[in-house]
Design a protein around this ligand. Sequence first.
Ligand code: URA
Length: 210
Amino acid sequence: MNASVTEVKHPLVQHKLSLMRDKDTPTPLFRQLLKEISTLLAYEITREMPMENHLVETPLGETDAPFLKGRKMALISILRAGNGLMDGVLDLIPTARVGFVGLYRDEETLKPVEYYFKVPDHLDERLVVVVDPMLATGNSSVAAIDFLKKAGARNIRFMCLLAAPEGIARMQDAHPDVAIVTGSIDECLNDVGYIVPGLGDAGDRIYGTT
Ligand code: URA
């Protein structure tokens, strides 16, 4: 059975996302909105984290209080646009361990090759949250998760701002165990792999490049 796909319909997410879609939204505002949405999406993606109770002494007495259980979460950015989602998640979960996956496509084999891979230890014992703003063809997300699984990751979730139905299908085919949280499921991909209506090239809009 496929893991869940959650489209976060919260009005704050939808409002901020609509501002980001506008082609005239300037880079600093785009980046700020992405940070704010990533905090809201992180709230959703961490909903099922395991808890354990510990005794706490309040000023008025003792209570068996719930705390997060186990190792710190691993937050993994797919370079470069994934970095735009990092700070908002870290505002909410400052104890998260952080990793980076950089991929390029080999023009001969057409296969994704990692040019950078630095991730926290004990991945097998952590919730691993992979972030990339755009789930378009799914090629880079699927490849990044392949590498993370080879490095031991078992409990993986994927967080993005926008997802195309084609990218979701590709992810569910390759990694049916990975739950997806997105701000929107858009209409489709165009013939050069951009999400429609989308918001353009997320990396360029975050960093002001063309
Ligand atoms: N990557 C982007 O930045 N934008 C898209 O629409 C698709 C992939």
